[in-house]
Design a protein around this ligand. Structure first.
Ligand code: HGY
Ligand code: MN
Ligand code: MN
Length: 420
């Protein structure tokens, strides 16, 4: 499948320099690397990315939703565009590779194409999507969601723990919320041909199986839970144990119920409680109010739906035992989505032709690809994560593995360019 053109050799030192430079733009006050959406470090990093896109030979603009879109014009004036990219925002105290490998790897592909005078038929769009990481609004993939027409007024009206609206955060970042809602499909008049994204695996499978490349089979669906437990505040020194309505004890049972569901999943399925806020939080007061944040994920949508029902019943039952009322609000972050078989076939054939061992793997992490899949057939290329760790300062992928991923990424884009 691969031709000489596809053996474009990434410049490893240039990739390393880009990763190093971008990782230096972060919030110094926190451990690891923090560049969360709408933050000042994130604002600064967007300017750096925009400049690197232009240096690579792309014509760059920011769309209404805050996505940075770089265009490498193709030879054909009639063909739909090829799209690739990822994100450069991080979780709080995150790592240096999640998302960055996809954006900077795509820039290295563009530089190889320009330097070797290889011009695809299709326009090539390289996108740094705004705000891929889930945030205080419980919503991941803000930019790709908007581009795919899936960001709604309800989303913009969501409030964070401090009561701030998402729409107002956009405005504080210089983006008009009403424009954000009109960003759908505004990347070119001829639609999209294919989308492929390069990303770190963020799990242990490739390393365990000694594979250099993961070909993603599906992206997990995510259901998010916000639970509010209302008990009764009492004096911690005088109220007898049997007479209490302790909201934090009810929440603790719910945390264990979430974990039990995740551990009981028959196929890929996970469940996590990530936050408990107890009030009043005084050492001598029985907690009267607790807010709990949790999520469940799986590539098995039937399990996900059944688990949501079981968990809702179990949490309510346990809360009643403690005399605590509970309000459960579930939301869908994204549906489970299979990758396109034809893009999957191209990636695996390219890896085979380059003699690179690959594995078909599901993605427990969500990605911008899950939203762009609304616009065209999509696929993803994974590179190994050391120890399967991610969303933490220890997140690491060897440069050699990143270069291998870029080689497969570039050859895949050229193969998709030839695909009708
Ligand atoms: O949450 C995720 O899976 C992704 O890292 N935003
Ligand atoms: Mn990511
Ligand atoms: Mn992430």
């Amino acid at each position: 499948m691969a031709t000489d053109l596809d053996r474009l050799e990434p410049n490893a030192q240039r990739v390393q320099d880009d990763l190093t430079e971008l990782s230096q733009i972060h919030d110094p006050a926190s451990s690891g690397w923090t560049r969360t959406v709408f933050s000042e470090p994130y604002r600064a990093s967007r300017e750096w990315v925009r400049a690197r896109m232009a240096d690579a030979g792309l014509t760059v603009h920011a769309d209404h939703a805050g996505n940075l879109i770089g265009v490498l014009p193709g030879r054909s004036a009639a063909a739909p565009a090829l799209m690739t990219g990822s994100h450069t925002d991080t979780v709080a105290s995150g790592g240096r590779f999640d998302g960055m490998v996809g954006v900077l790897g795509s820039l290295e592909v563009v530089r190889q194409l320009v330097e070797n005078d290889v011009r695809p038929d299709h326009d090539l769009l390289v996108v740094d999507f705004l705000g891929e990481e889930s945030n205080d609004f419980g919503l991941s993939c803000l930019g790709s969601r908007a581009l795919a027409g899936a960001l709604t007024q309800e989303h913009l009206d969501r409030r964070d723990h401090h009561g701030v609206r998402l729409g107002d955060r956009y405005a504080s970042f210089g983006l008009d919320p009403s424009d954000v809602l009109r960003a759908a499909g505004r990347f070119g008049p001829r639609g999209l041909h294919r989308y492929v994204e390069l990303h770190i695996e963020q799990g242990p499978v490739l390393e365990e199986r000694g594979a250099g490349i993961g070909v993603v089979t599906a992206i997990a669906g995510i259901r998010r839970l916000l639970a509010t437990f209302t008990g009764r505040p009492d004096h911690a020194g005088t109220m007898p144990m049997g007479d209490r309505r302790d909201a934090l004890v009810a929440a603790a049972d719910a945390v264990l119920a979430v974990r039990q569901e995740g551990c009981g999943a028959p196929v890929h399925g996970v469940a996590t409680t990530s936050r408990l806020d107890a009030e009043p939080g005084s050492p001598n007061v029985v907690p009267g109010l607790v807010r709990m944040q949790a999520e469940m994920r799986s590539v098995d949508v039937d399990w996900l739906s059944a688990a949501q029902v079981r968990l809702t019943e179990e949490i309510a039952r346990k809360a009643a035992e403690h005399g605590v009322d509970v309000d459960l609000t579930w939301s869908l972050d994204n549906d489970c989505l299979p990758a396109s078989p034809d893009v999957h076939e191209v990636v695996s054939s390219v890896a085979d032709s380059l003699g690179i061992a690959w594995e078909a793997v599901p993605s427990g992490a969500t990605h911008d690809a899950v939203h762009i899949a609304r616009l065209c057939p999509m696929g993803m290329i994974f590179v190994p994560s050391r120890g399967g760790r991610s969303h933490c300062p220890d997140e690491w992928t060897d440069l050699d593995d990143i270069v291998t991923g870029i080689r497969v990424h570039g050859a895949t884009l050229l193969a998709l360019d030839r695909a009708r």
